[in-house]
Design a protein around this ligand. Structure first.
Ligand code: FO1
Length: 311
């Protein structure tokens, strides 16, 4: 089965890893949000791409989900002594990624090329594509003003109430090479259990990707379980936008883009209402605590797609 997974952040990376354990490299392409990317200390930081790649390579920090396992923080400590901004925690090994990426970009390589090369070095056989090689910046419009995503998320710990979102540069951006081809050739596009507002929407804000998606079979996995986000501000964002957070709210958010929806057993009572939107549904355990959970959920999703859409 040919699958394209849209991902951003820790939940998305976990399902991407589960899918990579079930599908061969020619069957799976990951398209990753780059709206969170920013420049810090002159370095190009791509948190979602790195989270997906570290997770696939088995290098991710198991406690945080972002950054690297067994990390040391010598550079950050030395920066603190100098009075430098240390709100964004950059580990020593992680810094090597940003240094080398920045060097290669400054020599004219594209983000896709750098990502492909890093994947080869880290032993990742599946295709990981940034959504675009061009600059797209997620801006969170909040009660204290407009904030870049990392300022909102890390510096302000997603405390300011959200009023809306902008994806600067998205309408001019073109998809990275391979993205449209993968969508056109796939059996299903899976929106991973990533934040709809700031992980999946930035990808969909690129006009050519949205157009391609309209012709594809798309299913989504709810990142909201029991009215709460497993990690991060997704539920808080729904509430602040004026929508009670629920699996159904996620299904409605993606609306007519979807053909199928995966929700947690905890939310089983929402299934009928979601079905009444015209969606096929799978109710299962969606919380991925272990690597076995990732693989089991991915396999259940693939079996669901096969049975509901491809048989
Ligand atoms: N998240 C935090 O909550 N605090 C941090 O200091 C932090 C540093 C960081 C460094 C590299 C990286 O790749 C990710 C990092 N993240 C940090 C996570 C990141 O902000 C979020 O995972 C995503 O942008 C949300 O999708």
């Amino acid at each position: 089965m040919k699958v394209v997974a849209f991902a951003g952040g820790v939940g998305g990376a976990k399902l991407a890893d589960g899918l990579a354990r079930c599908l061969s490299p020619h069957e799976l392409t990951m398209v990753v949000n780059s709206g969170d990317d920013f420049v810090h200390f002159g370095l190009k930081i791509c948190p979602d791409l790195d989270t997906v790649c570290y997770t696939l390579a088995g290098l991710a920090n198991p406690e945080t989900g972002w950054g690297r396992a067994g990390e040391t923080w010598n550079t950050l400590s030395a920066l603190r002594v100098l009075g430098a901004p240390t709100w964004f925690q950059l580990g020593d090994q992680d810094l090597a990624t940003h240094l080398e990426r920045t060097r290669r970009l400054s020599e004219g390589e594209t983000l896709s090329e750098v990502t492909h090369s890093f994947c080869e070095r880290w032993g990742i056989a599946h295709r990981v594509l940034p959504m675009t090689n061009e600059a797209v910046q997620t801006i969170v419009e909040t009660e204290i003003g407009d904030l870049s995503f990392q300022e909102y998320f890390v510096k302000y710990r997603f405390e300011p109430a959200v009023r809306g979102f902008r994806f600067e540069g998205a309408t001019r951006a073109t998809p990275a090479p391979g993205v449209l081809e993968a969508i056109a050739a796939c059996d299903v596009v899976i929106f991973c259990p990533s934040n709809p507002w700031v992980s999946i929407d930035p990808i969909l804000a690129i006009p050519a990707i949205r157009q391609a998606i309209l012709r594809a079979r798309v299913i989504a996995v709810s990142p909201i379980v029991g009215g709460k986000a497993l990690k991060g501000p997704a539920a808080k964002m729904f509430a602040e936008i004026g929508i009670p957070p629920s699996a159904q709210a996620v299904a409605l958010h993606y609306g007519s883009l979807l053909k199928g929806f995966i929700l947690d057993r905890v939310d089983a009572e929402e299934e009928m209402e979601i079905r009444s939107l015209g969606l096929r549904t799978l109710v299962t355990d969606t919380v991925m605590k272990t690597i076995a959970d990732r693989q089991r959920l991915a396999q259940e999703i693939l079996t669901f797609v096969q049975a509901e859409f491809l048989s």
